[in-house]
Design a protein around this ligand. Structure first.
Ligand code: AHG
Ligand code: MN
Ligand code: MN
Length: 332
């Protein structure tokens, strides 16, 4: 079997996708390149003194891990000379990252969560990098408002998952394809095309410890899942929760399921737990591209007009039937 590298795949896609210009190809290759570096650092872990806290908080008030900071730096450095970006936004940076004055600029904006699930690093559980690409209306002096675009405007989105193998999952708006890192070559090789999420599922993911804080529609929905065969759903459901969004979403893209991080009494003031621009939007687009749905319970995530760089939103995504039911319960 001939092996298709990410670089080869992107050139192949250019023949059918007019939006995939040379700069966007370079951008995606640089994200993937940074992810190879992050995978390497994660693999070294304790041996390179990379576990534990960086000794400071990020803009979200969360303790930064050394690997959060390192991953953020690797992603920034990968893009400094490419000439394809106007600015970057990251979970780990309060403000937009403007390119230094002497660097070449381009028409794209990159938003990322450099390391998702980082509270899991020290216990050696899968973590990931999530990214979203938008077009920039300006090349110089990018303002936050330029980045506040609805998720349906994304030009590319994806994540890397650092698990037993490292995989790169990508959408350019024509389905979702998966690449697996060949560690000996340092290259991503196409390993699966056109992921599909079945419309029905018997598996769900939610942090059950927040149950007492949930709103009524989510209380009702989960109670019905837990009631199993004896309840109104008439079938048993299984639960899985890694606590890394990347790992939980990767599972449902691979074998189906539903993922929820609803707004609850603890997170109401901030609008939810997960961030819209670099967590919810890229994952929502991937899920829709694989035939699933992604909602806040009240609205399609990809239609939300972002108000702030680090805005948080409720997230319910995966199997169509389940997301439709959740939306129905939120209406009634
Ligand atoms: P991050 O590590 O980038 O801050 O994101 C963690 C997110 C997400 O990966 C996960 O679904 C969620 O936080 C888990 O949060 P809780 O453990 O607070 O439920
Ligand atoms: Mn995250
Ligand atoms: Mn993170």
């Amino acid at each position: 079997m001939s092996r298709i590298t990410l670089a080869h795949y992107l050139r192949e896609q250019q023949t059918s996708l007019p939006t995939l210009d040379a700069a966007l190809v370079r951008l995606i290759e640089q994200v993937a390149h940074a992810c190879v570096g992050i995978a390497h650092a994660l693999g070294q872990g304790a041996l390179a003194d990379l576990l534990g806290s960086a000794g400071q908080d990020n803009v979200q008030g969360e303790a930064q891990k050394k690997l959060d900071v390192l991953s953020n730096d690797l992603l920034i450095e990968a893009h400094l000379w490419g000439g394809h970006l106007a600015a970057m936004a990251s979970e780990e940076m309060e403000d937009l990252y403007q390119l230094p004055a002497d660097r070449p600029r381009g028409d794209y904006l990159l938003a990322f969560d450099p390391l998702d699930g980082s509270s899991n690093i020290d216990v050696n559980v899968s973590v990931g990098t999530i990214f979203s690409v938008l077009r920039s209306p300006v090349r110089e002096a990018v303002q936050v408002e330029h980045v506040l675009q609805a998720g349906r405007q994304q030009q590319a989105a994806g994540y890397a998952i650092y698990g037993p193998s490292t995989q790169f999952v990508l959408t350019l708006g024509a389905g979702v394809d998966v690449f697996t890192l060949d560690r000996s070559l340092g290259q991503f090789i196409l390993s699966e095309r056109a992921l599909r999420i079945p419309e029905a599922t018997q598996e769900f993911a939610i942090n059950m410890s927040n149950q007492r804080h949930w709103e009524a529609p989510v209380q009702r929905y989960v109670a019905e899942l837990l009631a199993g065969r004896e309840g109104v759903r008439g079938k048993d459901f299984n639960m899985r929760w890694v606590g890394s969004m990347v790992a939980d979403v990767h599972r449902l893209l691979t074998r189906g399921g539903l993922f929820m991080y609803p707004v609850d009494a603890k997170t109401r003031a901030q609008g939810g737990r997960l961030r819209l621009l670099y967590e919810a939007n890229p994952m929502a687009w991937l899920v829709e591209q694989a035939g699933g749905l992604a909602s806040t319970g009240r609205e399609r995530i990809l239609d939300l007009q972002p108000q702030r760089l680090h805005q948080r939103v409720p997230v319910m995504l995966g199997a169509r039937e389940e997301v439709l039911r959740l939306e129905d319960y939120h209406r009634s």
